[in-house]
Design a protein around this ligand. Structure first.
Ligand code: EPZ
Length: 430
């Protein structure tokens, strides 16, 4: 199993290209199930989660070609991919595939909308929390879907004539359930209004793509999204938006090591809250023509408290990275996680590097230390593992991060991007 070896202590200087967003690419790819025409997505990152979803979509009948070549020949990154689903050949998403990646459960929306039926395995829990699917099921039922649970699967069927538009208010904000409702409602009869919808940029990106495919959607990016159902959708060409979590991660890395880096191809508007927090902590962040410039010169990082919240709040997907940064602040800070109940697995690993963190329920208290020291650590989930890489970059001596397959799910060419900026990072295979 691969590990990442880091010799810490170098500042970062240079340019890091920001990839297309994983969490936008996944629902956009799933949207290809809604049409028999070709959906072309540009700027799709080359990540393990994307490859896994390609397999899942293939199972339903989606034909994939990458940059005009067959999928298996493509090795480049941030690719243009054509998805064509002339007919849905299988409406079952089996446990073996869904259990490997939670977002694959989202196929339930398009399958139900286009074929009137779906049999989709329940995804089960994951390392960061129990992550139920009740909101998906309530929302689809509001559109008239008939659902039953059978041997770990949801058997879903639409009423005769298809799903029916409805007014539905989510009791809690869910990114995934908003994606699914949005996709399902595009082909429903009549008007659907989704209240308390997720406002994440990835939801807006999906709505843009669906609109290019002929859907009638207004209000994406606000709490209320309105969808006028249409009889069918067509193909489209759409560019995946930049990855705001990758952007924030590298910004935090620079804040932690010191240095001067331009994050190319990204936009401040995708993560204003996190950038403002980083500015309070002492990083200088400016927008440039090509993206964002992040500078930290010498001064010690200031402690800042954060609470994770749905967009536009501080993102849970940057919580671990920010905590890594706070381990070397000049005082005491607090990090409160409100989205996932078990998203503090990085705490014990950061402690192995010398961080002083105590946990009380959903809040972590971090007492900054002047220097972390390298150690072997273990990645536990995608964002937790990159927080260990960031900490390792700033730590004195050698840090070895094992179980890096977590990183490969969401960070495209991490070692290469960091090495180009002066970090000493290499992947070692056993
Ligand atoms: C998306 O997950 C992201 N994944 C997550 O990123 C991200 O952390 C999360 O949104 C929050 O921003 C993708 O986009 C692929 P939710 P999702 O439904 O949609 C609860 C990463 O590292 N909930 O918004 O699964 C749920 O348990 C990943 O890239 C219910 O209670 O998250 C959580 O507490 C990790 N019932 C909260 O809502 C439901 O039916 C928000 O989850 C659904 C969700």
């Amino acid at each position: 199993m691969d590990r990442i070896r880091i010799s810490g202590g170098n500042e970062l200087h240079g340019t890091i290209p920001i990839s297309g967003a994983k969490n936008a690419a996944l629902p956009l790819m799933i949207a290809s199930l809604l049409t028999s025409d070709t959906l072309t997505l540009e700027n799709v990152p080359h990540l393990a989660d994307v490859e896994q979803l390609l397999r899942i979509l293939g199972n339903h009948g989606v034909d994939v070609s990458v940059n005009g070549r067959r999928e298996s020949q493509a090795e480049s990154y941030s690719r243009t991919i054509n998805f064509t689903c002339r007919t849905i050949v299988d409406t079952t998403a089996p446990y073996e595939l869904v259990s490997k990646m939670r977002a694959s459960f989202w196929v339930i929306g398009p399958l139900l909308a286009r074929e009137g039926k779906a049999r989709v395995s329940l995804p089960g829990g994951c390392a960061i929390g129990t992550r139920p699917v009740d909101l998906f099921l309530d929302g689809l039922q509001a559109l008239g879907a008939i659902l039953e649970v059978d041997a770990g699967y949801i058997n879903a069927s639409a009423p005769k004539g298809g799903l029916i538009g409805a007014h539905y208010t989510f009791p809690k904000v869910s990114v995934g359930a908003t994606h699914v409702m949005l996709m399902a409602a595009t082909l429903a009869r009549g008007t659907t209004v989704i209240d308390n919808a997720a406002r994440e940029p990835e939801v807006v990106d999906l709505a843009k793509c669906l609109t290019a495919m002929g859907a009638k959607i207004s209000g994406a990016g606000t709490r209320t999204i309105t969808i006028e159902g249409v009889a069918s959708l067509s193909g489209a060409r759409h560019r995946v938006l930049p990855d705001r979590i990758e952007t924030g991660t590298y910004a935090m890395a620079v804040a932690m090591t010191g240095g001067d880096v331009v994050l190319e191809g990204t936009q401040a508007s995708l993560l204003e809250n996190a950038l403002d927090t980083l500015r309070l902590a002492g990083a200088e962040i400016t927008e440039t023509e090509s993206g964002l410039r992040v500078v930290r010169n010498g001064n010690r990082i200031q402690p800042v408290d954060i609470v994770t919240e749905p967009f536009p709040g501080f993102p849970t997907d940057l919580q671990a990275q920010f905590m890594a940064l706070m381990t070397m602040s000049s005082g005491v800070s607090h990090v409160t996680e409100t989205i996932f109940e078990n998203r503090f697995m990085h705490v014990q690993e950061l402690a192995r590097l010398g961080a002083k963190i105590s946990l009380s329920g959903q809040m972590a208290r971090i007492e900054g230390v002047s220097q972390l020291k390298g150690a072997p650590v273990m990645a536990t989930d995608l964002r937790a593992s990159v927080s260990l890489v960031i900490a390792g970059l700033a730590a004195e001596g050698e840090t070895i991060v094992s179980r890096v397959y977590h990183l490969d799910r969401g960070f495209e060419r991490l070692e290469e991007k960091l090495t180009r900026c002066g970090a000493i990072v290499e992947r070692v295979s056993d």
